[in-house]
Design a binder for this molecule. Structure first.
Ligand SMILES: Nc1nc2c(c(=O)[nH]1)N[C@H]1C(S)=C(S)[C@@H](COP(=O)(O)OP(=O)(O)OC[C@H]3O[C@@H](n4cnc5c(=O)[nH]c(N)nc54)[C@H](O)[C@@H]3O)O[C@H]1N2
Ligand SMILES: Nc1nc2c(c(=O)[nH]1)N[C@H]1C(S)=C(S)[C@@H](COP(=O)(O)OP(=O)(O)OC[C@H]3O[C@@H](n4cnc5c(=O)[nH]c(N)nc54)[C@H](O)[C@@H]3O)O[C@H]1N2
Ligand code: SF4
Ligand SMILES: [Mo]
Length: 829
């Protein structure tokens, strides 16, 4: 594997440094990358003075939040990254990939605008005015530590809030900060993104993002994709789908937009936005009407046969039938010092009440009168709920034809379907139910828990690391979600209790750009913060509006491991070079702060030692997941079953009943906030239920004022706001655009290629209009992630709502309405 060559670059060391310096064009670096000799890792080059530049190749793991975790060769000459190229996964070569962003890292790493020194906002200037003074690390660290002590001393631990989202999915980077902030018992601000599907899945099956591995689509007869833009947003998944299609698998894409993926589909289903739950309910109704329910699966793996009491909504349990025996069991357990046995749910078998543990063939669809209380099976309740969705009504709601809906039901009933759920259709006020009703539909047809049959998003996360490393202290300070933060900052209260936050420490996140309702952050959050620190490689929107900016290393400049990914693998990232100028590794920034704050003794370990402590749990080591093995191989598969199939026995779900819970006796919110669910809502949440979107639904009054829906798209040329300043990508994708159906544009006097102002009551964004027949009339789509400074005015996140549903507490990026008008630069807005 090791290749060692050297080549004459024609540049002396001094010449090279000059050409890569702050003022040099990027072409110089790219040019050098063209003559790429290679040596694997290791020895420093000492040949540069003679004009011979030796190249070293390190293993990098690209890890912005694109779900990719592509392995790459990081080519380094004289301590400078000159190129990145694809590197194979050792244990899973079919995941070896790279994309245009991965190939462009050299531009990011050597960006002349990369942050070089700690910068403090010049006293007396406004945040965002762009006036900075360079300060030393000593000054920066002591200032941050002093502020933390001052605010926490005066207001309590929550006075320090921290926020990290998805800039770097490295374990060490995040664990070191989290460890420090655990000692400080700081308040952590969560992003509330992607939570409808995360929470919906957790509620239904107890897993987090749990479904079959993406390579398992090769075992399916049909792949049905709902609200995922796989060719652009999950690029490493696409080739599996294409391969399956080439083997005869049908690809059905349910998306209101004619996306790249839709263009590759055998059937494109242009559903009305926000209507997926109605579609799933309608399909379930057809399945029931046709008598095509998979009774065996529903009986064995779901709560279907459990009797539900009509008086309480709870399952009928053994303790209801025989309180004395249940009490006796409890007492016996207590005497023996054991946990009380579960109180089994009751089912009907041959007309008799039996504990679910003892039944062999319980009735799925039954009713029983217990002590004057009607009890019906959970399945019977579901059947009644879906009966409200006859195909004619669903056709109206979804704006699909009845034939299309029947045809989709045919595919579901035929079985062997990979149902792939994205994050687009769940980014609505009604998103949780999209996930829950979809999973119920898959269960009803037995399309789960077998090779080729699944429902969900394949994004596995290894959970076997040492959690205590990043949380050495019990957490007493509650967290706050970004959607509630404006309210918390405005009132100084969280759920009725005083909760003053004074300082925000941000790393790996650009909330001023990526989080909803920027003007709520601008007006309610930022002015109420006395001190904001951002650690980044770039002067992002968030960094711009901070009081102190700390420059950090880029992904490849720090050793790290990753435990997420498109597959069941752990990944090792070697350090390829030192961070340039005065930038420091995140782990070192955490160490310096810890030292200054009196926690230095807990941060004495090296990065390698810290990684070992994080990775090598007893269970991990027993499975061979050691740092040495990971370093040696670069990637390690932690699930030997390949492809991974979730719950292949159809049992063992981590729900309270151990079964798939399409009926919940006590639905719990994901995260308690000031919005408390009403009793009606609580009742409705028990079963799959149709709720309309918050805004983007024509029956909603707001659409009279703002008749267009505004959706975002994951751009190929950025991951969120990352790669925004890469010259090579900006050549292809130079400025913010918004795609609009020509019909909508012409009705407003908007010409193709002209600038337009998209606006609603919350804010606005100016972008170039691009006519596109791929847009559904009434819907506009913008590629997300431009920094505010790259817009002519405004920014996309200004238009987003921070309304949330009390169960999922999720950001509704797609459930947004607006109007659009031509924009005259310098004219009236
Ligand atoms: N290049 C790139 N890749 C990325 C990212 C990035 O920023 N850039 N971001 C990453 C992250 S963090 C995430 S969460 C994922 C998201 O990955 P995806 O879920 O695949 O992407 P989205 O763009 O959120 O939405 C997918 C699709 O949902 C459709 N859609 C919108 N409303 C509806 C609806 O009501 N019903 C249906 N059926 N479809 C609807 C949209 O038209 C869109 O095509 O992508 C990841 N990948
Ligand atoms: N309109 C709209 N907005 C959305 C979405 C949408 O669909 N539509 N999707 C949302 C979703 S699903 C997500 S996940 C969020 C993502 O939101 P963010 O995580 O805020 O998005 P990024 O732009 O990736 O920001 C990460 C920042 O981390 C920095 N960074 C990278 N590497 C490192 C490092 O090693 N150390 C440190 N300290 N910093 C580093 C990057 O330079 C970047 O500025 O965006 C959300 N925003
Ligand atoms: S940006 Fe994502 S898809 Fe592209 S190389 Fe990096 S990890 Fe892979
Ligand atoms: Mo995301």
């Amino acid at each position: 594997m090791t290749q060692t060559t050297s080549a004459r670059s024609g540049l002396t060391r001094r010449g090279f440094l000059k050409s890569t310096g702050a003022t040099a064009g990027l072409a110089a670096i790219a040019g050098l990358a063209g003559c790429a000799p290679a040596k694997e890792g290791g020895a420093e080059s000492d040949l540069a003075e003679t004009g011979v530049v030796e190249e070293q190749v390190f293993r990098g793991v690209c890890r912005p939040n694109c779900f990719g975790f592509c392995h790459m060769n990081v080519h380094v000459r004289d301590g400078h990254v000159v190129k990145t190229s694809r590197r194979d996964y050792v244990s899973d070569p079919h995941y070896s990939r790279i994309c245009q962003r991965g190939l462009s890292h050299v531009h990011r790493i050597n960006d002349p605008e990369r942050l070089k020194y700690p910068l403090r906002r010049v006293e007396g200037t406004e945040r965002g005015a762009g006036e900075w003074e360079r300060i030393s690390w000593d000054e920066a660290i002591s200032e941050v530590a002093a502020k933390i002590k001052e605010y926490q001393g005066q207001y309590g631990p929550q006075a320090l809030a921290t926020m990290s989202i998805s800039g770097n999915y490295g374990q060490l980077t995040n664990a070191m900060y989290n460890r420090l902030f655990s000692f400080l018992d700081a308040c952590s601000i969560s992003a509330d993104s992607d939570m409808a599907s995360y929470y919906g899945g957790w509620r239904f099956n107890g897993g987090i993002n749990e479904c079959n591995e993406i390579s398992d689509v090769l075992n399916s007869k049909t792949i049905m994709v709902y609200g995922a833009n796989i060719t652009d947003a999950q690029v490493h998944h696409w080739h599996f789908i294409k391969e399956a299609q080439q083997n005869g698998t049908k690809l059905i894409v349910v998306d209101p937009i004619y996306t790249q993926l839709a263009s590759k589909a055998d059937i494109w289903v242009p559903i009305r936005p926000g209507a997926d739950t109605a579609l799933f309910m309608g399909i379930m109704n057809i399945v029931v009407e046709r008598g095509a329910v998979d009774v065996a699966f529903m009986t064995k793996s779901t709560v279907g046969p459990f009797l539900v009491r009509s008086d309480t909504g709870k399952y009928l349990r053994l303790s209801d039938i025989d309180p004395s025996s249940a009490k006796a069991d409890e007492a016996l357990a207590e005497e023996a010092g054991e946990e009380a046995p579960a109180d089994p749910c009751m089912v009907l078998e041959n007309g008799e009440l039996v504990s679910c543990d003892d039944a062999t063939a319980p009735d799925l669809d039954a009713e029983y009168n217990f002590d004057g209380v009607t009890c019906r099976t959970a399945y019977a309740l579901l059947r009644d709920e879906v009966a409200k969705f006859p195909v004619s009504r669903v056709a109206e709601m979804t704006q699909l034809t009845e034939e299309t809906i029947e045809e989709l039901a045919d595919y579901c009933i035929a079985g062997s379907v990979s149902h792939l759920l994205g994050y687009g259709n769940t980014a609505y006020g009604n998103g949780v139910q999209v996930c829950i009703s979809g999973m119920t539909m898959a269960a009803l047809t037995g399309n789960m828990c077998k090779p080729g049959s699944t429902f969900g998003n394949s994004y596995p996360v290894y959970t076997g690391t040492n959690y205590a490393f990043s949380s050495p202290q019990p957490k007493n300070t509650p967290g706050v979600g970004i959607l509630s933060l404006p309210e918390v900052m405005k009132t100084g209260q969280r759920i009725g209790e005083d909760f003053p936050i004074k300082m925000l420490f941000i790393w790996s996140a650009n909330p001023y750009n990526t989080m909803c309702h920027t003007n709520a952050l601008i007006n309610d959050v930022w002015p109420n913060l006395d001190y904001v620190v951002t650690v980044d490689t770039q002067m992002t929107d968030t960094a711009c509006y901070s009081d102190l900016v700390l420059p950090c290393g880029q992904h490849f400049e720090q050793v790290d491991i990753c435990t997420d990914g498109p597959t069941w693998n752990l990944h090792y990232n070697e350090k390829c070079a030192e961070p340039p100028y005065e930038a420091k590794r995140d782990s070192d920034i955490a160490r310096l702060l810890a030292q200054e704050l009196g926690y230095g003794e807990y941060f004495q370990m090296t990065d390698e030692e810290a990684i070992k402590e994080i990775l090598e749990t007893e269970d991990g080591v027993a499975r061979g997941l050691t740092i040495d093995a990971l370093k040696e191989q670069g990637d390690l598969r932690y699930d030997v079953a390949d492809p991974h199939v979730s719950w292949p026995d159809g049992t063992g779900f981590a729900t309270p009943t151990g079964r798939l819970e399409f009926y919940q006796e006590d639905p719990q919110v994901r995260s308690p906030r000031e919005k408390v669910p009403s009793p009606e809502r609580y009742e409705a949440e028990r079963l799959p239920h149709w709720f309309p979107p918050f805004e983007a639904w024509s029956e909603n009054d707001i659409m009279k004022k703002y008749p267009l829906q505004l959706m975002s798209e994951r751009p190929r040329y950025r991951v969120h706001s990352q790669y925004y300043n890469v010259a090579m990508l900006r050549e292809i994708d130079p400025e913010p655009i918004v795609k609009i159906n020509p019909q909508d544009a012409k009705a407003r006097g908007i010409e193709d290629g002209s600038y337009v102002d998209c606006y609603n009551d919350r804010g606005h964004a100016v972008a170039k209009a691009v006519y596109s027949e791929a847009m559904r009339p009434g819907v506009m789509v913008y590629p997300k992630g431009w920094q505010r400074s790259q817009h002519k005015a405004g920014g996309w996140s200004e238009l987003l709502t921070n309304e949330f549903d009390e169960y999922g507490v999720n950001s509704n990026f797609m459930d947004v309405v607006c109007e659009v008008r031509p924009w005259n630069e310098g004219g009236d807005e």
